[in-house]
Design a protein around this ligand. Structure first.
Ligand code: ATP
Length: 513
């Protein structure tokens, strides 16, 4: 059994070895928490974005897309509250000189309690066998109940202190729990301070006329400031949604988790505008819909959970995270927020322009309420990649590394492999490539023995290998090998398109929602 830390290291090195993710500017020793996507990474990322866009925009009569600029008028960020309140509570360790998010240190402490509960459950499952009742065990076993209550009490106190801006109490909590620097074990902490996460930059040539700008820390505000443009030009009726995907920038302090927490990352957000008073209903609906989208990819229902927020952001009246079981534990993958009329009202106030919707049925104007779904594309990439990477023991005693990506997301759908580099086999293989490339991203590979080529495609996550051999010359058939089952079938060349399509088609996968 590999432990989780080793598993995570494997994911990172595999991502590099197979052209998924590289450290940015690596030849200059890299830039911390900034990453580049390689030849396979860019395809996987595009496929995840497309899968989201199809499900969230094109499958709905009343949701449209937008592509707003990264630069926005600086007043945007005053109105949104980011200038005043987009900060993290930080704490430094005086011995190691390392900086941490104070709330994360505390949350990690609680995660350790959760891990202890999981361990107790595992032990008891073994001990009691079939007679084991997990629910009952969790609610009655004194040790488990103790861990649970302790964790809940800590999170409640943390939520309250953050809400009241009581940073002294956050530090007190760290001291009471005897939390140590994860790297050095030191307990020599500074006070907790707030630190704004927005990157500043300048627009304009001369020093006198240059304007201070921020790189957007979220894509949502581009949607809010365009709310009326889109609604009027699209003649949209409430309820309706506006979606966009794009880069966001945050000067993250704790940046040691590969592409989980980046300084430049991509978001996929949808703001759904609703009649005031109906937001709870929509919030519940989007919670369900988004979870279904995740489940459709087959990464395992046990790897997701909702985490409702104790502390609500300044703009929200309800908020939850969809958490995913990453190699380092359950962490936020997506946020679903009921943002009220906060953003539009603020932009009305700061711009002096009305941002209201005239409701013909009600015969009155109002500022709509908003329910947001917001997911990090890079985090989703990490969820898919880490979940798919598997080390498999084979019947013949050997093992293989296989990347069992959902076929709909796989960068390359099929690799076409001539058995040998002669006798006309490469020519036929190239012809198959030329034919299939119109419908799928396919690859051609003639290097090395066929077994090694299969292994390489398994590790890169390619769902199908198509092998052209000497029988092909006789009867126009090829073998098609399935990545997950390693099963090989002999089929007609003309049948390939349909076989591949059945497994990689977006429709097949989205219908599982
Ligand atoms: P966290 O608590 O992990 O910092 P957040 O609550 O600040 O995240 P939101 O502002 O709700 O995140 O952003 C929505 C989504 O954007 C998150 O669910 C996450 O998937 C993604 N995201 C946020 N910050 C980052 C980052 N630094 N790197 C990669 N993805 C991010």
């Amino acid at each position: 059994m590999v432990n989780q830390e080793d598993k995570f290291k494997k994911v990172i090195s595999h991502a590099k070895e197979y052209g998924y993710v590289f450290q940015s500017s690596e030849i200059y020793d890299g830039l911390s928490a900034v990453y580049d996507y390689g030849q396979n990474g860019v395809e996987l990322k595009n496929n995840i974005r497309d899968y989201w866009w199809k499900a969230m925009v094109q499958m709905h009569e009343n949701i449209v897309g937008l592509d707003a600029a990264i630069f926005m008028h600086p007043t945007t960020w005053k109105a949104s509250g980011h200038v005043d309140a987009f900060s993290d509570p930080l704490i430094d360790n005086k011995d190691s000189k390392k900086r941490y998010k104070a709330d994360v240190l505390i949350e990690d402490y609680v995660a350790k309690l959760e891990a202890k509960i999981e361990k107790e459950v595992k032990k008891a499952t073994k001990r009691f066998g079939d007679a084991f009742n997990k629910e009952e065990f969790i609610s009655t076993n004194p040790r488990v109940v103790g861990y649970k209550q302790k964790g809940e009490a800590i999170l409640k106190r943390l939520g309250k202190s953050l809400e009241n801006e009581d940073l002294a109490d956050v530090k007190a909590l760290i001291e009471e729990l005897e939390i140590t620097d994860p790297l050095t074990g030191s307990r020599n902490w500074t006070d907790v301070k707030q630190f704004n996460l927005m990157f500043g930059t300048k627009l304009g040539a001369s020093a006198e006329t240059a304007m201070d700008l921020y790189l957007r820390p979220e894509t949502a505000q581009g949607i809010f400031v365009n709310f009326l443009n889109v609604q009027k030009s699209g003649r949209l009726k409430i309820p309706f949604g506006i979606a966009q995907t794009g880069k966001a920038f945050r000067n993250e302090i704790v940046a040691r988790q590969f592409i989980f927490r980046m300084r430049e990352f991509e978001q996929m957000e949808m703001q759904f505008f609703v009649k005031p008073g109906t937001q709870t209903e929509w919030y519940e609906k989007w919670k369900k819909t988004r979870l279904k989208w995740h489940l459709s990819l087959g990464l395992g229902a046990e790897n997701y959970r909702f985490h409702d927020h104790e502390k609500l952001a300044h703009y929200a009246d309800a908020a939850t995270d969809i958490e995913f079981k990453f190699p380092f534990g359950f962490k936020e993958l997506e946020g679903i927020h009921s943002r009220t009329d906060f953003d539009l009202s603020q932009h009305e106030k700061f711009s002096g322009k009305k941002l209201q919707y005239f409701d013909h049925e009600e015969n009155k104007s109002y500022v709509p309420y908003v329910v947001e779904t917001s997911i990090g594309l890079d985090r989703m990439f990490l969820a898919v990649l880490s979940n798919s990477l598997q080390e498999e023991e084979l019947e013949n005693g050997t093992s293989r590394t296989v990347l069992k990506l959902p076929a709909v997301l796989a960068p390359t759908k099929a690799a076409i492999l001539p058995l040998v580099k002669k006798d006309g086999l490469p020519e036929i293989a190239h012809k198959i490539f030329e034919d299939l490339k119109w419908d799928f991203n396919v690859a051609y590979d003639e290097k090395d023995a066929i077994g090694r080529r299969y292994r390489r495609q398994d590790a890169a996550g390619t769902p199908f290998c198509i092998t052209v051999d000497h029988d092909t010359l006789e009867d126009n058939t090829v073998t098609i090998r399935h990545r997950d089952t390693m099963e090989q079938k002999r089929v007609k060349i003309e049948a390939l398109r349909e076989i591949i399509k059945k497994e990689v088609d977006v429709k097949t996968w989205l219908l599982k929602m």
